[in-house]
Design a protein around this ligand. Structure first.
Ligand code: ATP
Ligand code: MG
Length: 274
């Protein structure tokens, strides 16, 4: 049984874990520490994400949310000064930081959607295919099949089917964010990480992304960093609270938002501190 704990982390690392009530842990972050230029940024973080669930990472600015997210698909180390100094992350029981692990394969299996959607300088259709070409990940699918199915999944097909050859830069920001998600889905990822995916979007586009997250959830575990506590409440099953590089509390979103155990979490959630 999962037992939330105060102050250190809610979830102590265990052996390969399966909770009959909640399903298996897909991500299991164990005592993870990270430095930038030798400065400690994450300190002994423990966290976990369950299959077919959304985990929201919340906490004050600078608490390490993006850093933690970027350790979860090994994109952090693309920043030269960043270093995982101890701990590990188990993904489906495999060590992401084990000696034999290929970081490029990790990035292919676990994709990232960023805060600011970026159109690659090519057509809408070619944007969808970008990662597939890069990883040679066709899996017997034709170009047209991939473009259509991925744009369909993000609700963009009808909006762009007559202009697939137009530059992606002509899309609205909301459409572009859905295109970025389609581009990620084209690689058939096993999990999706999202870093404030709605912060540049208007309320209507935000609602569409939230619907999309809920629609993807039965197939894919999703970890989302959000500043929007109402959004975390609406779409996540579990919430993790980070503070000053430490995981203070993780629990079901319902419990975190109604009965947080930690005083700092309570203050943050009730708006006492920002
Ligand atoms: N490339 C970098 N070099 C040095 N320090 C960095 C770098 N990126 C982040 N940091 C530092 O690491 C700490 C955590 O940053 P991080 O971006 O993970 O926080 P965050 O919780 O995502 O903040 P925000 O909510 O503002 O996005 C901060 O103190 C930040 O200044
Ligand atoms: Mg951030």
């Amino acid at each position: 049984m999962i037992v939330p704990m105060e102050m250190t982390c809610s979830y102590a690392p265990e052996g390969d874990h399966e909770d009959p009530a909640d399903g298996p842990r897909i991500f299991d972050v164990r005592d993870l520490s990270v430095t930038f230029n030798g400065r400690s940024v994450l300190r002994g973080v423990n966290a976990m994400a369950l299959d077919r669930q959304v985990l929201a990472i919340v906490g004050p600015s600078g608490s390490g949310k993006s850093t933690l997210l970027r350790t979860m698909n090994r994109t952090l180390e693309l920043t030269l000064d960043a270093r995982v100094t101890s701990g590990d992350i188990h993904f489906k029981g495999e060590r992401l930081y084990g000696n034999g692990t290929d970081p490029r394969l990790v990035r292919k299996r676990i994709c990232m959607v960023h805060q600011k959607p970026v159109a690659f300088p090519m057509s809408i259709g070619e944007n969808v295919l970008f990662g597939v070409r890069f990883h040679k990940n066709w899996n017997g699918r034709t170009k047209d099949e991939i473009i259509r199915s991925c744009l369909d999944r993000v609700g963009l097909w009808n909006e762009v089917k007559d202009r697939l050859s137009d530059p992606a830069s002509r899309l609205s920001v909301g459409q572009l964010q859905r295109l970025c998600i389609a581009r990620a889905l084209a690689n058939d990822p096993e999990a999706i990480l999202m870093d404030e995916p709605c912060s540049a979007l208007d309320p209507v586009s935000t609602a569409r992304i939230e619907e999309l997250i809920l629609a993807m959830k039965p197939q894919l575990p999703i970890v989302i960093v959000t500043h929007n506590l109402a959004q975390a409440r609406r779409i996540s099953d579990q919430s993790l609270f980070l503070y000053d590089g430490q995981s203070l509390e993780q629990d079901t979103t319902e419990r975190i938002f109604t009965h947080p155990k930690n005083g700092r979490v309570r203050d943050f959630i009730t708006g006492k501190v920002g």
